[in-house]
Design a protein around this ligand. Structure first.
Ligand code: MD3
Ligand code: FE
Length: 218
């Protein structure tokens, strides 16, 4: 057998890319090669900007615990939702985005047809078992031409992906450790949410799911 003819079969396959809807691409396992560096980056960021439960404008405590890195961070309080350059808990700028975050987000966007994606905000969401995120749109960003890139780490979850109206029927998309989704084009403003995360323990994160969302906020 000629190694030159068949050697490529030994190379790891590229992750499957799966279109979910116009503009939405699921890259199964795309973040797995970087999982250790990503989780080290998460630890670094959280050491300087700890997770917290934000209060919604309506006065409810969010069950998802959140923090941010990058030039801007997403925050919520009684006065509304916004992006802010400073962490309201410390008054200091959010930690810089680790290089591996930027590289992964750029590579995923490129693979999905968005060349030149340079996120200025990364929201870190931590779900413990039972935590959910109710149906919402992401519309606090300045420009909807750029996609949002999401990276799932740790425990699996069922993601709800709806349409442009809250009442549109939502498809259920199971998301596992290392999955990356690029949400752009017509799907950018679709309603979405996360069903309550089931009890479990993941070898990389323990009893939680971590989601990173990369955004161009300004
Ligand atoms: C589809 N986070 O932080 S990521 C959020 O798993 C958020 O933590 C979820 O929704 C999570 O705002 C889902 C997937 C996602 C993010 C943004 C989207 C899907 C999206 C924007 C438009 C359409
Ligand atoms: Fe969202």
């Amino acid at each position: 057998m000629t190694p030159d003819l068949f050697g490529d079969l030994d190379a790891p396959p590229l992750p499957a890319t799966q279109p979910l809807a116009p503009g939405a691409v699921l890259l199964r396992g795309f973040a797995r090669p970087d999982e250790r560096a990503l989780l080290a980056g998460v630890d670094e960021v959280l050491a300087r900007a700890p997770l917290r439960h934000l209060i919604t404008p309506g006065g409810f405590r969010m069950s998802v615990a959140m923090s941010n890195c990058g030039r801007l961070g997403w925050v919520s309080d009684r006065s509304g939702y916004r992006y802010d350059a400073n962490d309201p808990d410390s008054g200091r700028p959010w930690p810089a985005m680790p290089a591996v975050f930027l590289e992964l987000a750029g590579a995923a966007a490129r693979r999905s047809g968005f060349e030149g994606f340079a996120p200025d905000a990364c929201l870190i969401n931590r779900y413990e078992p039972g935590t959910r995120l109710s149906l919402h749109q992401d519309r606090d960003e300045g420009n909807y031409d750029w996609p949002i890139v999401s990276v799932s780490l740790g425990l699996p979850a069922v993601f709800l992906f709806g349409g442009p109206k809250r009442s549109d029927k939502a498809q259920r998309v199971p998301l596992a450790h290392g999955d990356v989704v690029v949400w752009g084009g017509p799907s950018r403003l679709h309603y979405h949410g996360v069903l309550p995360v089931k009890e479990g323990v993941h070898p990389s994160t323990g009893a939680c799911r971590i989601n990173l969302t990369f955004r161009r906020a300004s």
